[in-house]
Design a protein around this ligand. Structure first.
Ligand SMILES: Cc1cc2nc3c(=O)[nH]c(=O)nc-3n(C[C@H](O)[C@H](O)[C@H](O)COP(=O)(O)O)c2cc1C
Length: 262
């Protein structure tokens, strides 16, 4: 397939939020339409094509527990990489204490995630977050309606409601976008070592002591701010109320490129 640049007219049509749903609803899902339509080059404000939601618990400087939804996460072996806006409370907590817990919600726990949208432990709330409607929340566990249970290896509580809880220690800090004058200093990737894995009994694979049953484990997935539970039916997403363009660098009130960013 060749890709092609949008003319100004095409740009207006293809980028129109009001038209996009109708235009792309059924036609483009048929294989005939997929085979014949040339790709078009677009300029999305965010590139969140779909990753699991993680509720990261960490310890604030005053000793209280923090809980932050995030989704720039992937695993390799026993290691995990998490991408954060560098000035958020959570990455600061993890770098100061060297510890956190990655609590993985399924679609059933989407309400916990939704209740934490646009909250931060930072006080005062940084200007870019204020512009997106964020507010300070000192007790994120209470705000989420999450039950804190002690961890085994780290001094950070787990979220009892989440079917998967991964205790983790900080391995390395990787500054991101270091050659991008616009984003330099705004993003950080934290490399974690998973030191303990806790799973709810209902997602264990029958006959195997240490395996997860993929048909039983349905991670909550965030794709372009919408939440999914690995079925065709989207889950209610509070995050999706933030206009995508608010994430574009340079836009009024924009953050550093992530539902995430900072
Ligand atoms: C579904 C979802 C996914 C998010 N993904 C990220 C992410 O990958 N990285 C990030 O820095 N923030 C992400 N955020 C935004 C953080 O939750 C937000 O910055 C929050 O204020 C962090 O809490 P803290 O400031 O107390 O650390 C996400 C939010 C939601 C609701």
């Amino acid at each position: 397939m060749t890709s092609m640049l949008l003319t100004p007219d095409m740009h207006a049509t293809h980028n129109s939020d009001t038209h996009s749903h109708d235009m792309y609803s059924s036609d483009t899902h048929s294989s005939a339409a997929r085979d014949s339509a040339p790709h078009v080059q677009i300029d999305p404000a965010i590139l969140y094509f779909g990753t699991p939601v993680v509720l990261v618990s960490s310890r604030n400087a005053d000793g209280s527990a923090n809980l932050a939804p995030m989704s720039s996460a992937w695993w390799l072996g026993r290691s995990c990489m998490l991408g954060f806006g560098a000035r958020s409370a959570t990455p600061a907590n993890i770098q100061r204490t060297g510890q956190c817990v990655l609590n993985l919600p399924s679609a059933h726990e989407a309400s916990l995630v939704n209740r934490l949208v646009r909250t931060t432990a930072s006080d005062p709330v940084p200007p870019h977050k204020l512009a997106m409607g964020y507010e300070h929340e000192a007790d994120k566990f209470a705000r989420a309606g999450a039950t804190a249970v002690p961890s085994v290896h780290v001094d950070v509580p787990r979220v009892a409601e989440c079917p998967v809880q991964l205790e983790a220690e900080l391995e390395a800090v990787h500054p991101m976008a270091v050659r991008d004058p616009l984003r330099r200093g705004g993003l950080v990737a934290l490399e974690l070592r998973i030191v303990a894995v806790h799973v709810a009994p209902h997602i264990r694979m029958a006959g195997h002591a240490h395996r997860v049953e993929p048909d039983a484990w349905r991670p909550l997935i965030m794709s372009f701010q919408r939440l999914y539970g690995l079925s065709d039916v989207p889950v209610e997403s509070e995050l999706a109320r933030i206009p995508e363009e608010a994430y574009r660098r340079g836009a009024a009130g924009a953050v550093v490129a992530s539902p995430s960013a900072s």
